[in-house]
Design a protein around this ligand. Sequence first.
Ligand code: NDP
Length: 258
Amino acid sequence: NQRWSLQGMTALVTGGTRGIGYAIVEELAALGAVVHTCSRNQTEINERLQEWQSKGFKVSGSVCDLSSREQREKLMETVSSVFYGKLNILVNNAGITMLKPCVEHTLEDYSTVMSTNVEAPYHLSQLAHPFLKASGNGSIVFISSVAGSLALPRLSAYSASKGAINQITKNLACEWAKDNIRTNTVSPWGVKTTIMIPKPDSPYVEEFIRLIAGTAMPRTGEPEEISSLVAFLCLPAASYITGQVISVDGGSMFHCND
Ligand code: NDP
């Protein structure tokens, strides 16, 4: 059934070596897509590519520090040549966090978060636009965060970066619908990945546990619980969905403590 398959489609997933990105690569590949991924660590990329090859998934990978403009341009040249100028799916997943009170953020902290979490997905979308258009059926999925639409403690720059992604989703949906490109965002709550491993001396672990405990489903999510929605949004079955910011959060907005 073609509505529920990505057979014959090509995808770029940023930050696929770990966490949510890793699950997204596997989900898209299992549905039949050919995937390219990137991260900053060649050794980790090689290990993942071997794993995926042994599972029968068609995945390639290359090193790219997404905070560098030149490296983003090089990545998109690679993607264009690997996929012969046609890209169906761009998943802007890679991101970093910064857990500090506002007054402790340095300007460098702020610009590292913004260049990785906003400038990179925005620029990659621009660079991918001709290839998404050429595919005749393009889909961009951004990975934002529940932190992008409410105020969580000590996440001011990170939250601002995710709020920007939520807005970009809507503008690109308007501008690129005529090119048959849909744009959506998935917003997770806490997911068990390396981004969530607190530094051993972090004073905020208990605060975080309290936050999770107060939600409808008082647990963190699994990467596969995020990747399933990402994949759905890329399927032909989702062909009328664009400009949406959808939470996968176990009901994090509901405060259900008795
Ligand atoms: P991880 O830290 O587990 O994985 C991040 C991935 O992105 C890795 O592959 C990492 O590889 C890559 N990456 C990070 N920075 C760069 C960079 N500058 N250039 C290229 N690759 C990079 O994070 P998650 O899987 O948890 O996060 C994925 C996305 O989900 C992020 O956008 C995050 O903000 C969002 N999110 C996560 C939540 C969570 O609780 N886990 C909750 C809400 C949103 P490497 O470091 O080797 O480059």
